[in-house]
Design a protein around this ligand. Structure first.
Ligand code: EPU
Length: 292
């Protein structure tokens, strides 16, 4: 605690991370902070940097699996409303990294701004979505991003313009320590049409994916030109289990955690799937979720 004196109001030690993740699994964070302002966030990052402590950013916890031993160092959660603001200026939407992607999508649609509706049903925050360039077949968040404010590991604020950012499949060049805020340049459209499009996407997604279960998003990235879900299915692994972890019978690229499931069950199931897809189909699957 000594290393974070002065931050007592916003800092906890040994904070369980499981309740902050969709899997609901895993151990605690050595230090866990919810800053209330950009200045406070910056000061925290500088202090951790000076102390040589690892810093991790927690978004919506929807793409994250935490190991039983938890993590050492500092976990920062941008859960304060300061970091969740959503503002619309003509055809631009400005959103804090802590804003829920779903809220940004619904605000955009209400304002008659199109583009992000293709991302409906993707959980998590704007920060997490930008970090991994979240998307679907209809597009990804990067293609609409025109500006981002980030913080370096040393606590320096950096402004990134469209031309300074590169987004690829589930990959973004925004690899500085913290994404603070982003701006999206959207297209004017009819809110009624946008709502219809969004509802269609939502229905398709609900039919294809085990939404609402204790799971994260897709576990593996799609190998170039292929679908990881289809490969895992073809390898005969739908319904495969280790302990309380099961490959979803609805969509094979999801793992559902039943009551009593542990992180190790999920990790072992991931390894089993990887090994069997490699052995049977000759494809090496790469993880999409992050493991802490
Ligand atoms: N399929 C199977 N068995 C399965 C799952 C899928 O045969 O168990 C087949 C489907 O029938 C379809 C094909 O595989 O012919 C593709 O499936 P789907 O349309 O569900 O898309 P996907 O490639 O599996 C991707 C993204 C999803 C996103 C959907 C819809 C990745 C890894 N996955 O899945 O994103 O929701 O398209 O746009 O890029 C995520 O990233 O977390 C995620 C869930």
């Amino acid at each position: 605690m000594a290393s974070f004196s002065g931050f007592e109001e916003i800092l906890k030690t040994n904070e369980p991370l499981a309740p902050h993740t969709w899997f609901g699994l895993g151990g605690p964070a050595q230090f866990f902070a919810k800053p209330r302002s950009l200045d406070q966030l910056q000061a925290l990052v500088v202090r951790a940097h000076d102390e040589g402590l690892a810093v991790r950013l927690l978004g919506g916890g929807s793409n994250l699996l935490v190991r039983p031993e938890g993590v050492s160092g500092l976990v920062i959660h941008l859960a304060d409303p300061t970091f969740a603001r959503i503002e619309v200026k003509r055809t631009e939407v400005i959103a804090g990294a802590g804003a829920k992607l779903g809220h940004v999508i619904s605000t955009s649609i209400r304002e008659g701004l199109g583009g992000l509706e293709a991302l409906v049903g993707i959980p998590g925050t704007i920060g997490g979505a930008l970090h991994g360039n979240a998307g679907s077949r209809g597009g990804d968040i990067g293609q609409w991003t025109c500006h981002a404010t980030v913080l370096s590991a040393a606590g320096r604020v950096i402004e990134r313009k469209r031309e300074d950012m590169v987004f690829a499949y589930r990959d973004s060049s925004l690899d500085e320590l913290v994404i603070v805020e982003a701006r999206f340049q959207l297209e004017q459209d009819d809110p009624v049409e946008l709502t219809k499009r969004m509802q269609k996407q939502w229905i398709q997604k609900k039919a294809a994916q085990p939404l609402g279960h204790q799971s994260a998003g897709c576990i593996f990235k799609n190998p170039r030109g292929m679908s990881a879900g289809m490969l895992i299915d073809q390898a005969g692994l739908k319904g495969a289990r280790v302990g309380g972890a099961e490959v979803s019978t609805r969509h094979a690229n999801f793992i559902v955690a039943d009551p009593g499931c542990t992180t190790n069950d999920v990790l072992q199931l991931i390894e089993k799937v990887r090994a069997q897809v490699a052995a049977r189909l000759g494809v090496d699957l790469e993880l999409e979720i992050e493991i802490w």
